[in-house]
Design a protein around this ligand. Structure first.
Ligand code: DGY
Length: 322
């Protein structure tokens, strides 16, 4: 069968696909326009796409042959699942393999902001370091503090469990109770407002849904401690970016660590001027090991889907029922 791959992914995934199918890979290392995706998809049976590709009704309906969509990401808010369901097209994602990698990035951001790593590195490179000084680069301690985890899916749980060594008081906000977190780190389930008011570090791990859009806005930022740090490795629109700029400029909170942005790849330029925010280019899952595992997983899902079988990481398995 024929597969369109919307951007180059690590070779082991492409090799797997090539063994069984004919593949066409976008030759340019850039995000394709909708028109280009539709063009690439012509006459193909499968689409392997990225979180940066908007796979909406128009794209799905452009190719009547389309039998499988494999997303190279765990998040799938870029795909119109309703339309995929209508045409009984399985959609898969790449969970589990990126859980620890993403949780590690949330910790990297937390420490970078708490200990002002990026700002201090810049300061040192600019030869401003004139010797040890009692008042130089004060940050925030992490050990023994209160960690607030919003969303306790796989990544939120992995992130919270990694706090063990830092003897933290863990609060979490989710719809369901998480027994593992309560047992392993004595985490306490609380309401969002309580979490925001009491946490020293707040980390976001929710999917992007209508209910999580702007979950953190001006009101929520004002509830946080002045010394608090906000981390986002989930999806940009979960935070009202304009409100965050205001909070950081006016020191409503100590700082923020962001891997994702509301209008990605656009970033509110005001953020560039601020020292109390550390910015990453949506790279929380970017390690050689993890990106390779994601490529293999996406390819395996594609192969199963094209055989008419339920992909291992199928988002819409209900389509196979009727
Ligand atoms: C995902 O897979 O959804 C992540 O955002 C990739 O880094």
């Amino acid at each position: 069968m024929k597969i369109f791959v919307s951007r180059k992914i690590p070779a082991p995934g492409l090799e797997l696909l090539r063994k069984q199918h004919e593949i066409q890979v976008n030759p340019d290392d850039r995000v394709l326009t909708k028109k280009e995706i539709i063009q690439g998809l012509k006459g193909k049976d499968g689409l392997l796409c990225l979180l940066t590709d908007i796979i909406d009704k128009e794209v799905i309906e452009s190719e009547p042959n389309l039998k499988m969509i494999a997303n190279y990401a765990v998040g799938y808010n870029n795909i119109d699942i309703k339309t995929a369901n209508k045409y009984k097209i399985p959609v898969s994602n790449t969970p589990d393999v990126l859980t620890d990698t993403t949780a590690e990035m949330a910790w990297a951001l937390l420490f970078s902001v708490a200990r002002r790593i990026v700002e201090a590195d810049k300061f040192t490179r600019q030869c401003k370091f004139k010797g040890w000084a009692p008042m130089l680069m004060h940050g925030q301690d992490v050990t023994g503090k209160t960690l607030g985890v919003i969303g306790t899916g796989r990544i939120g749980v992995a992130f919270a469990l990694k706090s063990k060594g830092f003897k933290m008081n863990v609060l979490y906000y989710d719809q369901v109770k998480n027994k593992q977190l309560e047992k392993e780190v004595s985490a306490k389930k609380v309401e969002l407002n309580q979490l925001l008011e009491e946490s020293d570090f707040v980390s976001l791990h929710v999917p992007l849904l209508p209910s999580t859009h702007h979950l953190i806005g001006e009101k929520q930022l004002k509830m946080m401690k002045k010394t608090a740090i906000l981390i986002n490795t989930s999806r940009g629109p979960v935070i009202d970016e304009k409100a965050l700029v205001k909070a950081l400029k006016n020191n409503w909170i100590f700082g923020a660590g962001l891997d994702v942005y509301e209008h990605e790849p656009e970033i509110n330029k005001e953020l560039f001027k601020l020292e109390n925010v550390v910015l990453q280019p949506h790279s929380a899952s970017a390690t050689t090991e993890t990106r390779t595992k994601m490529a293999i997983m996406a390819a395996e899902n594609m192969i199963l889907g094209l055989k008419g079988e339920v992909p291992l990481n199928c988002i819409n398995p209900e389509i196979f029922k009727s």
